[in-house]
Ligand binder design. Structure first.
Ligand SMILES: Nc1ncnc2c1ncn2[C@@H]1O[C@H](COP(=O)(O)OP(=O)(O)O)[C@@H](O)[C@H]1O
Ligand SMILES: [Mg+2]
Length: 241
């Protein structure tokens, strides 16, 4: 077990529908750092996230969270400690407050007014929005709300799956700054799947490059400037979709 690992994969394999989706993945996501995860569509990035918060179990290999085997966690606690935010920032019908309170309600609890205000402040959303219909807020606001919602349970690890893909340049920058602030202020470990090599390079401390179910290269994000592997090099230079 590596001391500074938030998540560690050891020879992890996963198949579904007759496809070998993740192939012998061994690697570490460093605690308190931002790791960006890049690779072509279908590389297995989203599947890897599902393994990280226990939504699916591996066929073989081991996954450790902090110093404990993932199987030793209570599944509910695991999902609370490892927050997941998705590209489409799905909202339930109702107000912004209803959406923010969802993770608490699922635990049969209520979200205190003070806590709601505090979360809105963290993601820099106006408290006035709490009573607005969640369908009526902008894409950028919805993505902030989605991030706030994952923060309700103070997760130690945050998994972000292409959360800025559908945002304009300004909102994208705002969300990047927000995530860097959360990482700095709370020491939250961030793993961020992105389509943008530029974003992966500028936001990441570390980067994983996945292709066709394999972890091709990993290390400090500077590796993207000069990948060792030829296929990775072609992907990074935009020659492979
Ligand atoms: N439940 C499943 N059954 C069969 N194939 C799947 C399943 N989930 C994902 N896949 C396949 O696994 C591959 C990786 O998918 P995914 O993890 O979503 O990749 P990425 O997020 O990198 O685009 C894709 O080819 C996808 O079609
Ligand atoms: Mg994906």
């Amino acid at each position: 077990m590596t001391d500074n690992a938030a998540i560690q994969f050891k020879n992890v394999n996963y198949s579904a529908g007759g496809t070998h989706i993740l192939k012998d993945i061994t690697g570490v996501f460093v605690k308190g750092k931002i790791t960006t995860l890049v690779g072509p569509s279908g590389a297995g990035k989203t599947t890897l996230f599902k393994l990280c918060n226990g939504l699916i179990p591996p066929d073989s290999g081991e996954i450790y969270l902090h110093d404990k085997h993932i199987d030793s966690y209570d599944p509910v606690k695991l999902r609370l400690g490892v927050g997941l935010a998705l590209q489409d920032a799905t909202m339930i019908r109702g107000s912004v407050r209803n959406n923010l309170a969802l993770p608490m309600e699922l635990q049969g609890k209520q979200l205190a007014e003070e806590h709601a205000n505090e979360l809105m402040e963290v993601v820099d959303l106006d408290k006035q929005l709490l009573d607005q219909d969640a369908k009526e807020i902008s894409g950028g606001q919805r993505q902030r709300l989605s991030i706030a919602r994952t923060l309700v349970n103070n997760p130690e690890i945050l998994l972000l799956d292409e959360i800025t893909s559908s945002l304009d340049r300004v909102s994208k920058k705002d969300v990047e700054n927000l995530i860097m602030k959360i990482n700095r202020d709370y020491g939250t470990t961030i793993i961020w799947i992105t389509h943008s090599i530029h974003q992966a390079r500028t936001i990441g401390d570390y980067t994983w490059v996945m292709m066709d179910g394999s972890l091709m290269e990993s290390g400090e994000s500077g590796l993207l400037d000069n990948p060792e592997n030829n296929a990775v090099n072609q992907f990074v230079k935009g020659e492979v979709e």
